[in-house]
Design a protein around this ligand. Structure first.
Ligand code: AMP
Length: 293
């Protein structure tokens, strides 16, 4: 474990050289991409990377291309000093914190365009979002050519998009998906939770309550329509504006049919101007028993 404060690296070329030298010396390098404003969810990814790798790089970069024109890019919290303080005891060796011009050189005209699992849900509500995610992740993987990259299940669709892009482009990096870390009341930790007002914060538990309802009904053998209706009701019951509350195939995000054996439950909703997402992968269940002739 790296026992000192992480070195802050600003240039892709320097970062690539440091990671390359570590790997050439036989060290396993882990990478955790983030947008900063770090919390215990990020820390859990970093802790796992530090357990499984000899050296860990964390990137802190608020990526402009994944925000829509009416989204919160300008407002997004930026607090590098606090982030470095959170990372220091975890054993992170490098923090890669490039400027926008380092990632997107002036005149840049190249994007990674993603389909498949990127199309539904966030892809429908946030046009271009996943092209921006895929583009930045690809560029970060070039700057930080690690053995493995760690992502949170909190952003389930993102993990599918990144895994698919990595496979389709043949990028030589392993994608590791880590469990969602939650507040004591069940709200998934997110940098955007800081936007919630004191009145909105207790209502935000509705997302986790909707997923809990899905888990209960799923275990009882309920069908997709009933489960989706219950999720929607849980969100509306606390005045959350529902963007979606749905079951989907956990690997492709295709519609799952009425009585699937495998599914992920996905919710997205707004409290005031804050948009939150959450999900849970439901356990494999037995096929329904055929009715007697
Ligand atoms: P972000 O800074 O929001 O782009 O997130 C960086 C990484 O941390 C992504 O892989 C997220 O999925 C992951 N992450 C964010 N919140 C959580 C959480 N509550 N639990 C686990 N991972 C998380």
């Amino acid at each position: 474990m790296h026992a000192a404060a992480p070195d802050v690296v600003r240039e892709a070329g320097s970062m690539r050289g440091l990671v390359g030298a570590a790997r050439a010396a036989g060290r396993r390098v882990g990478f955790v991409p983030t947008m900063g404003a770090l919390h215990a969810g990020h820390a859990s990814l970093v802790a796992r990377a530090c357990r499984e790798c000899d050296d860990v790089a964390v990137s802190i970069f608020v990526n402009p291309t994944q925000f829509g024109p009416r989204e919160d890019f300008a407002l997004y919290p930026r607090r590098l000093a606090a982030d470095l303080a959170l990372l220091e005891p975890l054993g992170v060796r490098w923090v890669y914190a490039p400027d926008v011009a380092e990632v997107y050189p002036p005149g840049d005209a190249t994007r990674v365009v993603v389909g498949g699992p990127a199309v539904r849900f966030e892809g429908e509500r946030r046009p271009g979002h996943f092209d921006g995610v895929a583009t930045v992740v690809c560029r970060l993987f070039l700057a930080v050519p690690a053995d493995a990259a760690y992502f949170g299940a909190k952003d389930w669709q993102q993990t599918l998009v990144v895994t698919r892009m990595t496979r389709d482009l043949g990028l030589p990096i392993e994608i590791v998906v880590c469990p969602t870390v939650r507040e004591p009341d069940g709200l998934a930790m997110s940098s955007r939770n800081a936007y919630l007002s004191a009145a909105e914060r207790p209502r935000a538990v509705a997302l986790r309550e909707a997923l809990a309802a899905a888990e209960t009904l799923w275990a009882a053998g309920a069908g997709t329509a009933a489960i989706e209706a219950a999720m929607r009701q849980a969100l509306c019951g606390r005045d959350v504006d529902v963007d979606y509350a749905a079951l989907a195939d956990p690997d492709t995000l295709a519609p799952p049919g009425e009585l699937p054996r495998r599914a992920v439950a996905l919710v997205a909703g707004r409290l005031g101007s804050t948009r939150l997402i959450d999900n849970v992968v439901l356990p494999l269940r037995e096929p329904p028993v055929a009715a007697a002739p």
